[in-house]
Design a protein around this ligand. Structure first.
Ligand SMILES: [Zn+2]
Ligand SMILES: [Zn+2]
Length: 365
């Protein structure tokens, strides 16, 4: 019987280990992928530092991945009804187990807050098998939704966008961007870069990228930013730049993707009266910030929304967008480095030190 190697986080702040897993037996409706690529993102850095609650260590990290179907039991189909065959290159929605049976799913219509929801590479334990992407194979439980990558879409392009693209799509949806509206994107890491790209594809007006890292700001220009604002400027200077770009009104939309608590307060200053702020940079607890409810929210008549997780629809559309616009928007080039399994610590360090926007693991290299 074949064995598969996987990189694991044994516990918070413990060095990554390589472990061997036996080839899993497939239950009805399950599939096995041979992993082509899995992402290393900021969430993995937080996971390694134990900054997310409820994580069942040891885990195999890697939530968004691309692989080849090596085996399946039953007849998996796409949402279009097409059969998924062995040898197909697919990605899959890393979220699984949403129950469609609880208050959050059925009444509040907020399935990303369903208590039964599990995420590959984050909330599944390595004790339960190959349930993360930093592994030569990934076990897709029954009900995990696969999406075939169209021939025109290189896996490297899709995974270059990866989870950041999916999150960005959800955030831009929540901002209800209309043609011609101005957008500020605070923090142009993997999520922010894709927010810039999607805002520009959506026909936004002025798109301002705000970040401390000069390389990231010039990259954001390639993604479609029309303006860049460096964090080297003071907060007052940034506000005055924003006013200079918007006839002193502020941006129609501000999307916070930086993870800095102060950025949420600043977002409320940068947005125009009656504008929309979407917060999608705080997937971990980075602390609190003072907000002035009268001046920053109530009187401004501002809409402030939090964006947590993604649904199948976001994943599905992200694949279509990457296929259609992958030559126009340089998602593929966002990948700074690709490493084998044993170099997973290097890949993680690259992302932790922000020396690359994104790194990939290629477990079968
Ligand atoms: Zn539920
Ligand atoms: Zn991620």
């Amino acid at each position: 019987m074949r064995k598969y190697q996987a990189a694991i986080f044994p516990a918070p702040n413990v060095p990554i280990q390589i472990r061997e897993f036996p080839e899993p037996e497939l239950e009805e409706g399950a599939a096995l992928l041979h992993t082509s690529y899995s992402e290393v993102c900021g969430t993995d850095v937080h996971l390694h530092h134990g900054k997310l609650s409820g994580v069942p260590y040891p885990i195999i990290p890697g939530h968004v991945s691309v692989g080849r179907v090596a085996a399946s039991r039953g007849a998996p189909k796409t949402v279009n009804g097409d059969a998924i065959k062995e040898g197909d290159t697919v990605t899959f929605l890393d979220v699984h187990g949403t129950c469609n049976n609880c208050y959050h799913c059925l009444v509040a219509n907020q399935p990303t807050r369903c208590p039964s929801r599990r995420v590959y590479g984050i909330t599944y334990s390595a004790r339960d098998g190959l349930l993360g992407g930093w592994s030569q194979a990934i076990y897709l439980k029954p009900g995990v939704k696969m999406i075939q990558l169209p021939d025109a879409l290189a896996p490297e392009t899709f995974i270059g966008g990866g989870c950041g693209l999916v999150t960005a799509l959800h955030a831009v949806d929540m901002a209800r961007l209309q043609l011609g509206e101005s957008v500020a994107v605070m923090g142009v890491g993997p999520v922010g870069q894709s927010v810039v790209a999607l805002a520009s594809l959506s026909g936004a007006g002025e798109i301002a990228a705000i970040d401390a890292v000069a390389d990231r700001l010039s990259y954001a220009r390639r993604m479609g930013a029309t303006q860049t604002i460096s964090l080297e400027l003071s907060r007052e200077e940034r506000l005055s730049r924003a006013h200079g770009l918007t006839r002193a009104r502020g941006f129609d939309i501000v999307i916070e993707a930086s993870g800095a608590p102060e950025a949420v307060s600043e977002a409320l200053d940068l947005v125009r009266d009656g504008g929309r702020v979407v917060v999608c940079g705080h997937y971990t607890d980075n602390g609190s910030v003072e907000i002035h409810p009268h001046w920053q929210i109530n009187r401004k008549h501002v809409e402030l929304r939090g964006c947590w997780g993604s649904r199948y629809e976001h994943f599905h559309r992200a694949v279509e967008i990457a296929a259609r616009f992958g030559n126009e928007k340089p998602w593929r080039e966002m990948v700074g480095a690709t490493h084998g399994l044993t170099d997973a610590p290097i890949a993680l360090d690259t992302v932790a030190r922000r020396s690359a926007v994104k790194a990939l693991i290629r477990p079968n290299s």
